[in-house]
Design a protein around this ligand. Structure first.
Ligand SMILES: [Zn+2]
Length: 278
């Protein structure tokens, strides 16, 4: 297991914004002695533009956007490119035979082809998957963040080379992912859902991934279904993320994971539990 990480990702913040540097630094401090770390390079402009529109690219580059959840920070363009490059690096290491986790921010799964949203500027996992599709034929994206991966769905809907599986709380931001369609499998859970509600459904959903027989698995690893979350209402235990990892690992495919959400004090312990079993 390798962790792709740069402390540069700690270099933006806004008072009282849940997507804080402390999220990632707390994880780093907890796992720093347990894994080998790899330093990422920024994704190139052309790599970003193979997934995103010129309009979105230029608006982030120029700070020409307005979204209260997803503010204009100094240098956010370069920091978002670095997070995207980290996901690409994680993908490359996975294809070379070793599991990887991209420990970076900003997260990505709400960013669509032509829009930023929900703390996400560029869609890190979609950028990595777009690049991986030059090397393998079929990729499954598994998104267990408490919020629907609407940006990832937007980018890959109708692309038969990709199977997108998202499990999420509903109703909750962004309000999408209520039904499955095309190559997108969506599973919703009510406020208060526990691992007893979740794990059997997740295990059955993974059977569809197994039947798809992907060459590579990309995981949007969000930890905000933990019971301690301030902005979501599912009730996972810290250990639930180990159980999720075990089920994903049982698919026995090259796998890389990318940090998405997770905003409570149990985030670092949740990630540690996940990494033990993925
Ligand atoms: Zn989330």
């Amino acid at each position: 297991m390798k962790i792709v990480y740069s402390s540069d990702c700690l270099n933006y913040s806004q008072v009282d914004h849940p997507e804080s540097p402390r999220r990632v630094s707390s994880i780093y401090e907890m796992i720093r002695d347990d894994y080998d770390f790899v330093t990422p390079e920024s994704a190139s402009d052309s790599v970003i533009l193979e997934t995103h529109s010129v309009r979105l690219f230029e608006s982030i580059r120029d700070g020409a956007f307005s979204d209260p959840d997803t503010p204009v920070f100094p240098d956010i363009f370069n920091l978002a490119k670095l997070a995207a490059g980290s996901a690409v690096r994680a993908m490359e290491i996975a294809l070379a035979g070793e599991s990887t986790f991209s420990l970076m921010r900003p997260p990505g799964h709400h960013a669509g082809h032509d829009n930023l949203s929900g703390f996400c500027y560029f869609n890190n996992i979609a950028i990595a998957v777009t690049q991986a599709l030059k090397r393998v034929e079929k990729i499954a994206i598994i998104d267990f963040d408490c919020h629907h991966g609407d940006g990832t769905e937007n980018i890959f809907t109708g692309d038969g080379r990709v199977l997108f599986l998202s499990t999420h709380e509903s109703p909750l931001f962004p309000g999408t992912g209520l039904e499955s369609h095309d190559n997108c499998l969506n599973y919703t859970f009510p406020s208060g859902a526990t691992e007893t509600d979740y794990l059997p459904v997740f295990e059955l959903a993974l059977e569809k991934v197994r039947a798809f027989n992907p060459d590579l698995i990309a995981v949007s690893a969000g930890f905000d279904a933990h019971k301690g979350q301030p902005i979501a209402n599912m009730m996972f235990e810290t250990e639930t993320f180990g159980a999720i990892a075990k089920l994903i690992a049982s698919l026995d495919k090259p796998t890389f994971s990318v940090l998405e959400g997770g905003y409570c004090n149990e985030l670092a312990a949740s990630v540690r539990e996940y990494l033990k079993h993925i």
